[in-house]
Design a protein around this ligand. Structure first.
Ligand SMILES: [Zn+2]
Length: 338
């Protein structure tokens, strides 16, 4: 849902505790299932994007003005044309994947990386799972017309497979962006005005991933994905083994918000008109309908990529979300896609 008049919410006023009650407690680790390579798999989705966003806005207050400008530009473009498209065909985004590993199993295979690019291309087009969208929303799934390819030229102009591999002394990373710098045991980004940077590593705290919205610092721009939630093969583990953590995080990278608007009292907004207002995230595999915020009879659109459900349950973007991403591809991220 969108708020038409509440400009005070143009950026990030509050981040309520939307996770299950015990999600950020150390005891929560006991709910994780061990895997063969001894990496715990979270039992529910948790994304660090808003936490990171609010931290950076505190540390770098100058970003607030840039964010406000970007939000205004999107609003202006979509008020002129609510179904805006950057171009009539697909926009292709070059991707560099930075694999940062401590143990050998974390050094994921080229095949696993390819499986993630395939998953992005499946879901940023019309995927076949859209047939499972509940009847009231059947008309809403929309082809995002965005495709992804591994970068074939590195920042120095040399041929590349679009993959960097860095062995690190760090046993795991957090939301502090340490994985994004060689000085802190991670890998430096490639220029973020030319590439989508994706870091794949072990993440602590039950986190599946986090992203950075457009207009935030260039040296940390991109998305970070837990290596057990990346791609569809290799170290990917159910229920996050369909590549949709990256689909969700790239949605943030293209300025989509969580579908419940990041509050827990129905006052938040995702700045999109065709997504119902929802109170809180949905987890796991909910049964239709789940009603909150007086949004009956159809309830929360938990099948949306920007909710917190399992990979096999999130299956669609709406037309409003697609128009917003397309506006970003013509605006704040215009230098990347072609
Ligand atoms: Zn998120």
């Amino acid at each position: 849902m969108a708020s038409n008049d509440d400009t005070s919410q143009a950026d990030d006023t509050s981040q309520a505790d939307n996770q299950p009650a015990d999600s950020d407690q150390p005891a929560d680790q006991s709910a994780e299932q061990p895997t063969t390579d001894d990496q715990p798999v979270p039992d529910h989705r948790m994304c660090g994007t808003m936490e990171v966003h609010n931290r950076i806005l505190e540390e770098r207050p100058e970003c607030r003005a840039t964010r406000a400008e970007i939000s205004s530009a999107i609003e202006a473009r979509l008020s002129d044309d609510p179904s805006f498209r950057r171009t009539s065909g697909p926009t292709t985004i070059p991707v560099v994947v930075h694999v940062v590993y401590n143990s050998d199993p974390e050094n994921i295979s080229d095949d696993q990386i390819t499986s993630q690019i395939d998953a992005l291309n499946r879901d940023y087009a019309n995927n076949s799972d859209q047939s499972n969208v509940p009847d009231p929303w059947k008309s809403l799934p929309t082809d995002a017309m965005i495709q992804f390819k591994m970068a074939d030229t590195d920042p120095d102009g040399n041929a590349t497979d679009g993959i960097t591999r860095t062995k690190t002394d760090q046993t795991s990373f957090s939301t502090d962006d340490g994985v994004k710098s060689s000085a802190t045991g991670g890998a430096d980004p490639w220029p973020s005005d030319k590439y989508l940077n994706i870091w794949v590593c072990k993440l602590g705290g039950g986190l599946l991933g986090y992203a950075q919205f457009p207009g935030m610092p260039a040296d940390t721009d991109g998305v970070v994905i837990r290596n057990t939630a990346f791609g569809t093969t290799g170290s990917a583990r159910a229920p996050f083994d369909m590549g949709r953590t990256t689909v969700h995080e790239v949605g943030h990278w293209l300025d989509l918000r969580h579908i419940w608007g990041d509050t827990n009292n129905c006052s938040g907004t995702d700045f999109v008109d065709d997504t119902p207002n929802a109170q809180m995230p949905n987890f796991g595999k909910p049964t239709f309908p789940h009603v909150s915020c007086s949004n009956g009879p159809d309830g929360d659109m938990f099948v949306n990529y920007m909710d917190y459900v399992d990979d096999d349950t999130m299956i669609m973007f709406t037309a409003g979300q697609v128009a917003r991403m397309q506006a970003v591809l013509a605006g704040a991220r215009a230098s990347i896609g072609s």
